[in-house]
Design a protein around this ligand. Structure first.
Ligand code: PLP
Length: 397
């Protein structure tokens, strides 16, 4: 290839991190299902521990199958280093543990992923970490929240449930001016559609359970950065606290990752058609999808997002009861939480994930009674549309 040629997203997803001739020509990286690695001599063991010689020691500290996955995700995110974790939450908790000291303040969206919020409120508060919740897509509110300084700004964009988008470049400028690091949870779009490091984020993390793996069969996470010091800090905390990934789990995610661009392109094409089909339909009050020109996040395409993604929310006339009827009527779509798989998933937060949150609490978080969230998959559009049409007829008549 000519000098300076940068490979495309499919090529990167398929080849990054894989060198067949490293392992006897194996085209798929072998699963190094071993907890520990033998040393040829006491000298070799000592040299590895002292980091004077490269080589593996113990799988919690490093494993070739895990390294291949890390290299691939780092390449897709345009970062230098990646650390795969046992779950998305292991990535989030490693991030918090690595950078928050007693008395420090973290700024996060009120609508941040439930467990990312709960551990701040219930656990990190025990160590004197202070949390400010703010709608990070509102620049004036974000500026006020960062007044007085902070240690970490943690943004999720697009955010649950209404897909509000935060301008990462602006958030990075504001965070850095306040002395804070910017971390971005990029789970909802994946690096195929958004690369936060390019826009000034210091750290990117994912629940790889979602799009990166893409097949609803693994729970995993990852942390990516280009800063060697931040990486070293995250690595120290992760390997000692123990939220590391298992080699078999890493191999499964890596297999899924190879088709990431194809899956996203396909699902996104479906999502745009579904959103356009839903708009103005009887029984649908509104549709929130960044691919629709009236969505506030639309302005960030293509500057920050290569596309609007595969997730949307819509409001059903008829509130909680209509939501329940819709869920009971779907046939093709799967009634389940999670997102980002090849299968279309549907859920109704007011009667499911947020049923034991008070009506006020739900209202504050933007979870209205008729709000339905769809993670559009890779099936044939006509089949998704037909299922939605019959389920809507059952729900709202
Ligand atoms: C699912 C999810 C998480 C948590 O990931 P797990 O893999 O379930 O631990 C964090 N952030 C976002 C945006 C998610 O969707």
């Amino acid at each position: 290839m000519e000098k300076g040629h940068e490979s495309g997203p499919n090529t990167t997803a398929i080849h990054a991190g894989l060198d067949p001739f490293r392992y006897q020509g194996a085209v798929s990286v072998p699963i190094f299902q071993t907890s520990t690695f033998a040393f040829r001599s006491s000298h070799e063991g000592a040299a590895r521990f002292a980091k004077q010689e490269p080589g593996y020691i113990y799988t919690r500290l490093g494993n070739p199958t895990v390294d291949a996955l890390q290299e691939a995700v780092a390449a897709l995110e345009g970062g230098r280093f990646a650390l795969a974790t046992a779950s998305g939450m292991a990535a989030v908790s490693t991030l918090y543990f690595a950078f928050l000291d007693p008395g420090d303040r973290i700024v996060v969206p009120g609508a941040v992923y439930g467990s990312s919020r709960v551990i701040l409120e219930k656990e990190f508060s025990r160590y004197g970490v202070r949390t400010t919740f703010v709608d990070t897509s509102d620049e004036a509110a974000l500026a006020r929240a960062l007044e007085g300084g902070a240690k970490l700004l943690f943004v999720e964009t697009p955010a649950n449930p209404t897909l509000q988008c935060t301008d990462i470049e602006r958030a990075a400028e504001m965070a850095h001016a306040a002395g804070a690091l910017l971390a971005v949870d990029n789970t909802f779009l994946s690096p195929h559609l958004q690369r936060p490091l390019r826009h000034g984020a210091d750290i990117v993390l994912h629940s790889m359970t979602k799009f990166l793996n893409g097949h609803a069969d693994v729970v995993a996470g990852i942390l990516v950065t280009s800063d060697e010091k931040l990486h070293a800090r995250l690595q120290f905390v992760l390997t000692n606290l123990g939220g590391t990934i298992d080699p078999h789990q890493a191999w499964l995610v890596h297999r899924g990752l190879k088709t990431l661009p194809m899956r996203i392109e396909r699902a996104q094409e479906n999502a745009l058609k579904v959103a356009e089909w839903l708009v103005g339909r009887r029984g649908i009050e509104w549709v929130a999808y960044p691919g629709l020109p009236d969505h506030p996040g639309h302005r960030l395409i293509p500057r920050q997002m290569a596309g609007p993604g595969c997730l949307m929310a819509f409001e059903l006339a008829g509130g909680i009861e209509a939501g329940r009827r819709l869920l009971d009527a779907v046939k093709l779509m799967t009634l389940a939480v999670s997102l980002g798989g090849v299968e279309t998933l549907i859920q109704h937060p007011a009667s499911m994930t947020h049923a034991n949150v008070s009506a006020e609490g739900r209202h504050e978080a933007g979870i209205t009674d008729g709000l339905v969230r769809l993670s559009v998959g890779c099936e044939d559009f006509e089949d998704i549309r037909a299922d939605l049409e019959q389920a809507l007829a059952a729900a709202v008549g």
